[in-house]
Design a protein around this ligand. Structure first.
Ligand code: ATP
Ligand code: MG
Length: 586
């Protein structure tokens, strides 16, 4: 690897770059999102124009200690997106330096999720654990340079010696060990001679640095735990700050994009690469995604899974990519979402309604219409011939009639939605009520003539009449009706489980909740409502993952829990668009 030396600028401030325009060509349109180029793309364009860099090489570096969530989608869209737009490359790198929390299941899930979002890493799938030998050699090099030492303080003592934001730290009594002694101790750490915590390897930088990260950070610790890839080979493991920059450098990463909480670590990132004299990758921070009603932290998401608050990592209520996928969210909606929220340096929280807006926008053009009833109420058409079946045409995409129709059986007995009938209806209720007439979507006008009741007084069925002149739902004589109801033919309908979802959290901002104690208090008890409804028989053939729009009910996605005998549908999102209204108001 070459050393970039003077070319590698410090800092993440893109203000200087923002004035540079017209440098990126093809990438510019997509890079711009909704408006100007974001500061990262502007910075890269400026670097390329000024020939400070000649390649764009990024990486997406998940730690395999959980499933990816929608915050990671922002990072994936950014890293893979930037690489693509500037004709560069993006690596997938597993940052697997903590054997206790990481495993193969997570690795596999992450690969699947990145691929689903369209991330293409070619052959460049890397693991920090692939670099353990190199990292070890670099550590010995730092020791020989007098830039690292073996410390024998306990973790608590190290914390105590570190000082605070207002007080400088104090030197460890072991800071003055000779190079020979340090090398000997480090080698014996590696050989497995010591218990966990007996010693650590620390960088020798400055215990009085105003940046606490620079106060002799720990580079290696003893952890006698097997690793999912390297097995029992290593009793010591490198820490994130030391591993990440060297991994970036070894892979020739030119732009190391990470979230804001690493801003203070940038100084250490640069120190390691500069001290070792290896290729200077450049770290730039951006604001992480926060979403209302959602926690985005693997640590908290694990608690939801392990605490049984959800049915697993891919529960459709989870903000994980696997959960969103199972719920029916198409990857294109997440790309659109990422483009809309953009990339900036200021922290903010995005309204969940904006995500739903992006989902609806995408599904509207890709989900064929179908009919289902969530809470069935039987309707008997008194004057419809017994045994007769007619086939009604429901346009698959009402705005694009050329795309065809779905054929729905219609018969004497139907199901409509319980909500669509009221016995004592106010004047403004435009659905069905005794004596009132409505249209059945793409079928007939019907009028309610009689209400049949159960012994307990609840409504059992409605006796209605239909107007044979209104076939297809058109008015026979200019007679107007206000309401149009969805329906399914009772003898043909297929029973289906309908899973309706709401936010998992009751609070708009659940980020502060302590997952240990307060989850139960702020979990929405009605986040999943499971109903037994009916769907049109054509949907027996639907495959898990396919989406439809049930007329008036929302977008639904077939779940793998179902089958032809009893399909299961997840409601991806309702039809009601709160975001468009919010946007208008604001
Ligand atoms: P978590 O707190 O959920 O564990 P993390 O940052 O520890 O998140 P990593 O697996 O280390 O998770 O993250 C991989 C990449 O995704 C990092 O570059 C990280 O900055 C980015 N990332 C993680 N969460 C978000 C988020 N909410 N918004 C944007 N990027 C994120
Ligand atoms: Mg992490």
């Amino acid at each position: 690897m070459t050393t970039e030396g003077a070319d590698a600028r410090d800092g993440t401030d893109a203000t200087g770059a923002a004035s540079v325009t017209g440098a990126t060509g093809a990438g510019e349109r997509t890079a711009a999102g909704r408006g100007g180029k974001d500061f990262i793309r502007a910075m890269i364009a400026a670097d390329l124009a000024a020939k400070r860099r000649d390649t764009v090489h990024t990486r997406f570096p998940p730690e395999p200690n959980g499933y990816l969530h929608i915050g990671h989608a922002k990072s994936i869209c950014l890293n893979f997106g930037v690489a693509k737009e500037f004709g560069g490359l993006c690596n997938l790198r597993f940052d697997d330096t903590n054997p206790v929390r990481e495993n193969r299941e997570y690795v596999d899930a992450i690969r699947k999720d990145v691929r689903w979002l369209g991330g293409d890493w070619g052959e460049r799938e890397y693991y920090a654990s692939d670099y353990f030998d190199r990292l070890y050699e670099f550590a010995e090099q730092l020791i020989r340079m007098g830039k690292a030492y073996a410390d024998s303080l306990s973790a608590d003592e190290i914390r105590e010696y570190r000082g605070t934001l207002t007080e400088p730290g104090r030197d460890s009594p072991y800071r003055g060990r000779s190079v020979e002694e340090n090398l000997d101790l480090f080698r014996r750490m590696r050989a497995g001679e010591f218990e966990d915590g007996a010693h650590v390897l620390r960088a020798k930088i400055d215990m009085a640095s105003p940046n606490i990260v620079m106060r002799d950070p720990v580079l290696y610790r003893i952890r006698r735990a097997p690793h999912h890839r390297t097995g029992d080979k290593w009793p010591i493991y490198p820490l994130y700050d030391y591993t990440h920059c060297i991994s970036d450098s070894l892979e020739g990463i030119t732009y190391s994009l990470c979230t804001l909480e690493f801003a203070d670590n940038r100084e250490l990132y640069n120190w390691v690469l500069e001290t070792l004299g290896i290729f200077r990758s450049r770290q730039t921070e951006f604001a992480r995604l926060n979403l209302t009603r959602t926690v985005l932290s693997k640590r908290k998401l694990i608690r939801l899974v392990e605490g049984g608050y959800v049915r697993g990592w891919d529960d459709p209520r989870m903000p994980t990519l696997s959960g969103l996928r199972r719920r029916g969210v198409p990857p294109e909606a997440l790309h659109e979402f990422a483009a809309r929220i953009g990339v900036a340096r200021a922290d903010n929280t995005v309204d969940y309604a904006m995500l739903e807006f992006c989902i609806r926008e995408r599904l509207n053009s890709t989900s064929p219409r179908a009919m289902a009833v969530l809470r069935p109420l039987k309707v008997i058409l008194r004057n419809y011939p017994e045994g007769q079946v007619e086939w009604m045409d429901l346009p698959l995409y009402p705005d694009e009639p050329e795309k065809g129709v779905r054929r729905l059986p219609f018969s004497r007995e139907l199901f409509i939605e319980q909500d669509d009938f009221r016995e004592n209806a106010p004047a403004k209720f435009f659905r069905l009520a005794p004596g009132r007439e409505v249209r059945l979507r793409c079928a007939y006008y019907i009028t309610c003539e009689e209400v049949l009741k159960n012994p307990d007084g609840t409504v059992r069925a409605l006796i209605c009449s239909y107007d044979p002149q209104s076939r297809g739902g058109g008015s026979p004589d200019g007679r107007k009706v206000r309401g149009t109801l969805h329906w399914v033919s009772a003898p043909h309908a297929v029973e289906a489980e309908m899973r309706l979802y709401d936010h998992l959290f009751l609070k708009d901002d659940p980020s502060g909740v302590d997952p240990g104690n307060t989850f139960p208090d702020c979990i929405n008890p009605d986040s999943l409502i499971s109903l037994t409804g009916f769907v049109d028989p054509g949907l027996r053939a639907i495959k898990a993952g396919e989406c439809v729009q049930f007329e008036r009910l929302g977008y639904f996605c077939a779940d793998r829990d179902g089958g032809p005998e009893r399909p299961v549908f997840n409601r991806t999102v309702t039809l009601k668009d709160t975001w468009a209204r919010l946007e208008k108001k604001g």
